[in-house]
Write a protein of this length. Structure first.
Length: 373
């Protein structure tokens, strides 16, 4: 039986936000779970859904949070979370997921664990039925693709995906944006090699330690992640995004992205540097255009206010270790997961320092947001 997560009044959130002003907000724990959480999203009636972070190869890829905030139910069912021969109608490797205003949860499956064609699966929570599957085949998906996060644009009828370029065999140098037309299923790969998608030569440093991975020659190399966080404003006018390793958020007009007459070079010339930032993972936006960034090197979520375009830390908590996905809930809060990626054995000389409970936090934003953004 489905359970609806209890909500708080939006007015409570507004009063907290006003009281916080320009000061840091303390993020509050809303869920304690046994496995690492990647991204979080919602239905209009505030059911809470999340991905178990694929970095830890979870058995249950996508789940719904139970009402007690301590347990979960496989979403939409066990079958979709169980790999099977002879079909790809199951979730394989999921991080990004977004709910829309019609109650459809869109789930981005990278397909890494079983070498499947990446896909976006829509599940209608109101009818408990499959909405549609969109495939992201070659040549739009290439060796090294890692389709990390995405936005749902109901006005232009398109999904826009950030491909980090660190999938199997990838080192971030092939990062790009990918579009999927909701009407036709047509896919495009754009801005590969553009500065706005490529990682900069800036290490991810947590507790004074640069995160490194095996370089294939017996040594270690600093991990560099390309296009990662991505967000779309309320009018579907501006798309915001940037590499995880890098000092800038970029933006691009959706009208330009949708213009098939523009060459990739011409499209790249229309990308704008929007604001400076630290290394960040997730990205979200509210109704006033304020951007929220998960600062993975510290236990904080930052904000880039629309009026100043100057980054500052905003919401923090001691156990917000590797804040990952951030998104707006109908209860009036921003939710953010603490994935503990930096504590994994890969980054700690083989010692796994991650451990339960894994938290989901929430905090009051500066302004109300939009579901799925």
């Amino acid at each position: 039986m489905k359970k609806t997560f209890a909500t708080l009044a939006v007015l409570s959130c507004i009063s907290l936000s006003s009281a916080a002003g320009a000061q840091d907000v303390e993020a509050e724990v809303i869920a304690e779970l046994p496995y690492s959480v990647g991204n979080v999203t919602f239905s209009p009636d505030n059911r809470v859904f999340f991905s178990h972070h694929p970095f830890f190869s979870p058995d249950v890829r996508v789940a719904e949070l139970n009402a007690d905030g301590k347990g979960f139910t496989p979403f939409p069912n066990e079958s979709w979370n169980t790999p099977r021969e002879g079909t790809d109608d199951f979730f394989d490797s999921v991080l990004g997921l977004r709910g829309d205003e019609n109650g459809v949860i869109w789930i981005l499956d990278m397909g890494h664990r079983h070498g499947l064609t990446p896909k976006i699966v829509g599940w209608d929570t109101r009818t408990d039925s499959l909405e549609r599957i969109y495939y992201i085949p070659e040549p739009v998906s290439i060796q090294g693709s890692q389709h990390n996060d995405f936005v749902v644009d109901p006005i232009n009828r398109v999904f826009v995906i950030a491909d980090e370029g660190i999938g199997p065999g990838g080192d971030g140098t092939i990062a790009a944006l990918v579009t999927v037309d909701m009407n036709t299923g047509t896919t495009r790969r754009v801005l590969q090699g553009h500065e706005s998608t490529l990682p900069e030569d800036v290490p991810i440093t947590v507790n004074g330690r640069d995160l490194t991975v095996p370089d294939g020659n017996g040594g270690q190399a600093v991990i560099k992640v390309g296009a990662d966080g991505i967000a779309l404003d309320k009018n579907s006018e501006w798309l915001y995004y940037g590499p995880l390793n890098g000092g800038w958020i970029y933006r691009l007009k959706m009208a330009d992205l949708m213009n098939l007459d523009l060459s990739d070079e011409e499209l790249g010339n229309r990308v704008e540097k929007y604001a400076e930032k630290p290394n960040n993972g997730g990205l979200s936006i509210d109704m006033d255009g304020n951007l929220y960034l998960t600062e993975v090197e510290v236990t904080s979520v930052g904000v880039i206010p629309a009026d100043t375009r100057e980054y500052r830390r905003y919401a923090s908590a001691p156990n917000l270790i590797w804040p990952d996905g951030v998104s707006y809930s109908p209860d009036g809060h921003m939710y953010v997961s603490a994935a503990q990626i930096s504590e994994a054995a890969l980054f700690n000389d083989g010692e796994d320092k991650s451990g339960a409970p894994f938290y989901i936090f929430r905090f009051p934003p500066l302004a109300a947001g939009i579901i799925g953004r």
